[in-house]
Design a protein around this ligand. Structure first.
Ligand code: BMA
Length: 342
């Protein structure tokens, strides 16, 4: 019997899963896939690394959008398909985005994609050049035609994450206003749109934390999971060290109707770089969550995260364990819990 429920999300009986190892500390609510990383270097010709990528169930199997760093160093979004959510086959070329007239309309580069279904449409959201780093979006209904729509925000911005349903009649997107470089600051904001073109009603959601692991900047991660306790959000939190940034994974629960209000925010990280594929790579010490696959029937959650800007890894938790852990370690302050407008 589950204590909490995942809402408005289809059953995924084949959700990727591995039981918590018997010798794993019982107090820790999330455990890594033993065979990590699931995507290794040089996965296809012309691509050196795949990381920071998003996946979802599709027609009984799985589909995903992958940040692929090409051998010329430029990142683009590639499409991948999988029977089990673990072993992936990638298209040989980047997703061929078109404009609303059907003409080719490729970004100069594209990275950190998220993939979210709202009603009957799949949305891909990524970071791209728009006279500076900003957010690009495209939609598809068949994973054959990918039509870019208006860029939602002016530069600079990163880490846009769409909620999987409209709230109070509007699309809702998290984002992290930033600068043009390796931004040494950053808080999560939220914006609404009635039509996916005009975005407004901007609200502050939460700031970088007072805890050291997330004291430099934070950014949205996986699309929020709707639960009877609120929107469960996995996000990244960054600390600055004398040897560079360290990216960990955190968890928070947002109010269901007013998601700019944080109900619970875990003051400890959920995952921090510890394994070789997290500590060692193109950029060391990065755990960067971008997606979950979750099953409302069992409460199983598979979290997908990029590691060290080199690999894709998975970790597992259950809804009951993660919500109880976040609540038990929650510290929220006034700027978390207020509506977020001044
Ligand atoms: C951020 C983004 C991520 C990357 C991280 C660590 O600014 O570019 O794609 O994983 O830096 O390099």
């Amino acid at each position: 019997m589950m204590k909490y429920q995942i809402l408005n999300s289809p059953a995924v009986p084949n959700v990727p899963w591995q039981d918590k190892p018997a010798d794993f500390p019982s107090a820790i609510p999330i455990w890594r896939y033993k065979e990590n990383p699931i995507i290794n270097r040089n996965p296809i010709p012309g691509v050196a690394r795949i990381f920071n990528s998003a996946v979802m169930p599709y027609e009984g199997k799985f589909i995903g959008v992958f940040r692929a760093e090409q051998t010329d160093g430029i990142p683009f979004v590639y499409l991948g398909r999988s029977d089990d959510g673990i072993h992936w086959n990638f298209d040989p070329k980047p997703i061929p985005f078109v404009n609303e007239k059907g003409e080719s309309f490729m970004p100069r580069y594209a990275y950190d994609p998220r993939l979210v279904k709202v009603e009957d449409t799949y949305y891909i959201i990524w970071c791209q050049d728009f006279y500076g780093a900003s957010i690009g979006v495209a939609k598809t209904t068949d994973f054959k035609t990918f039509t870019r729509t208006e860029n939602p925000f002016i530069p600079f911005n990163r880490n846009a994450v769409l909620f999987p349903r409209k709230i109070n009649g509007n699309f809702v997107m998290l984002s992290r206003p930033s600068d043009s470089g390796h931004t040494p600051f950053g808080d999560i904001f939220l914006s609404e749109s009635p039509d996916f073109v005009y975005w407004g009603k901007h609200r502050h959601v939460m700031s970088r934390g007072s805890e050291w692991w997330e004291s430099l900047k934070i950014g949205g991660g996986a699309a929020p999971i709707e639960t009877d306790e609120g929107w469960l959000l996995f996000y990244h939190g960054v600390t600055g060290t004398c040897n560079g940034y360290v990216y960990s994974i955190g968890g928070a629960i947002l109010d269901i109707d007013e998601p700019s209000r944080v109900k619970y925010r875990c003051n400890t990280f959920l995952i921090t770089p510890e394994e070789w594929y997290e500590e060692r790579g193109f950029v060391p010490n990065v755990c960067f969550p971008c997606a979950t696959i979750h099953d409302p029937e069992t409460g199983r959650i598979a979290l997908y995260y990029g590691t060290a800007d080199s690999y894709v890894a998975m970790a597992f938790t259950t809804l009951d364990e993660i919500i109880d852990y976040i609540k038990a370690h929650s510290v929220v302050n006034d700027t978390d819990t207020e509506l977020g407008i001044r």
